[in-house]
Design a protein around this ligand. Structure first.
Ligand SMILES: NC(=O)c1ccc[n+]([C@@H]2O[C@H](COP(=O)([O-])OP(=O)(O)OC[C@H]3O[C@@H](n4cnc5c(N)ncnc54)[C@H](OP(=O)(O)O)[C@@H]3O)[C@@H](O)[C@H]2O)c1
Length: 213
């Protein structure tokens, strides 16, 4: 499977791409500065390449949106035709300098992304974890949970596999409108990690008595 990363040179995009490239996926890191992305891709190896946002979007069956919320609409526009693509919206809407959130949840960020990325199948995922934990999702005997939501079952199952490859336990939280429920978890994570002094080595875990269906 091919993955294009919008914001591929950033902290989240570069980390996700590196892990998935090591798992055997073909990755194109997208940047507003394609030379920067190409240079970074060389450091990753033969499964990686670099290009513009449009090239990364064309390349990927799955597109990861890993840009600041303030640049999301513009980045989607720069990505060009996204019809039929699967987009993983991993943005958080945190304001700079821990100043709260830039938007509310009616609608959610992911629903806005779906409106801007015409014809794409949007899945919300990978927004409730710190990049520092992505290579160590096992906390003692507990595996960090990844909440995902989206309207396309096929797209969701592909994104679920990407989550499993990262080492998450993946929880399907329902349709895309449920991004209204799972997006605020990212704000809670930021509050606990940075404002309440817990640090970034924290993750969410869903506990249940019965085994998942
Ligand atoms: N870092 C985390 O732990 C983490 C975890 C979960 C979710 N997130 C979310 O993931 C997204 C990316 O976070 P990040 O930490 O990877 O950020 P980052 O290190 O600042 O990287 C974001 C990348 O987005 C691109 N970009 C596009 N439009 C931009 C704009 N208007 N202003 C600044 N950069 C722009 C830049 O790449 P080019 O200049 O190369 O195009 C930049 O390298 C955010 O929405 C964040 O909330 C982050």
């Amino acid at each position: 499977m091919k993955i294009g990363i919008i914001g591929g040179t950033g902290r989240l995009g570069s980390t996700l791409g590196k892990i998935w490239a090591e798992k055997g996926y073909q990755i194109m890191f997208g940047s507003r500065d394609p030379q920067k992305a190409k240079k970074f891709a060389i450091s990753i190896g033969s499964n990686a390449s670099g290009g513009s946002y449009e090239e990364a979007a064309k390349f990927g069956d799955i597109i990861i949106l890993a840009v600041p919320w303030s640049g999301a609409k513009e980045s989607i526009k720069a990505a060009g035709d996204l019809d039929g693509k699967i987009i993983v919206d991993s943005t958080t809407t945190a304001a700079p300098h821990l100043g709260g959130t830039l938007i509310g949840v009616t609608p959610s960020a992911a629903e806005k992304v779906a409106k801007w990325a015409v014809g794409a199948k949007v899945i919300k995922a990978v927004h409730t974890i710190g990049v520092e934990s992505l290579t160590k999702l096992q906390f003692g005997s507990q595996q960090a949970s990844l909440f995902i939501c989206g309207d396309s079952l096929d797209a969701k199952s592909k994104v679920k596999q990407l989550g499993l490859d990262l080492g998450f336990e993946v929880i399907d939280a329902g349709p895309l409108t449920n991004a209204r429920l799972i997006e605020p978890l990212a704000m809670l994570w930021i509050e606990l990690a940075y404002k309440r002094g817990m640090g970034t080595d924290i993750a969410f875990k869903l506990l249940r008595r019965r085994k998942a269906k």
